[in-house]
Design a protein around this ligand. Structure first.
Ligand SMILES: Cc1cc2nc3c(=O)[nH]c(=O)nc-3n(C[C@H](O)[C@H](O)[C@H](O)COP(=O)(O)O)c2cc1C
Length: 149
């Protein structure tokens, strides 16, 4: 079975908690998951399948702990050869145009790198959801079969 690499981008801990929750739920199903909070380009290149779980900070910005790998991926442009990926974005719709901007940027970049998106960005709105980890887990469960085969 495919192993899943989860990149967690978080400022205040919500997205990190969601990533850890997803990993333990999938782990109970026997799926090999690794959560990375300080990933390298090589982690992305070597992953069998990728799940990005990220909040948005600033004005549509990527959390600092994923900024470097994002910039390096953009610069080095390693092709991902249809590697399956999904993105879950935690945000707040009161930010308007920048709602879930970091997740959208990740989805665009991984698509440009020729990864294979298994779904549109899953957006979880802090205005509506008090337990984002539950929404993210439900999303991942719904795409699990395409992501991990
Ligand atoms: C300073 C600050 C800036 C934010 N900027 C945005 C934004 O531009 N777009 C958005 O959708 N959410 C924005 N948010 C909302 C966060 O993404 C949201 O609260 C998320 O759940 C935080 O997750 P975290 O604890 O993993 O960082 C912002 C929150 C803060 C505190």
């Amino acid at each position: 079975m495919t192993a899943l690499t989860i990149l967690a981008g978080s400022v205040y801990g919500n997205a990190q908690h969601a990533a850890d929750t997803v990993a333990s739920a999938l782990g109970e199903d026997g799926i090999d998951c690794t959560v990375l909070s300080d990933p390298q380009v090589s982690d992305v290149e070597e992953a069998e399948a990728l799940l990005v779980i990220t909040s948005t900070t600033g004005q549509g910005d990527i959390p600092p702990n994923l900024e470097l790998v994002f910039a390096e991926l953009r610069e080095q442009f390693p092709l991902l050869n249809r590697k399956p990926f999904a993105v879950a974005a935690l945000g707040d719709s009161s930010y308007g145009d920048t709602y879930c901007g970091a997740g959208v940027q990740w989805h665009e970049l991984l698509t440009e790198l020729q990864g294979k998106p298994v779904a549109d960005v899953c957006k979880v709105d802090a205005m509506e959801s008090l337990e984002p980890e539950k929404d993210v887990t439900a999303f991942v469960t719904s795409v699990k079969d395409e992501l991990i085969s």
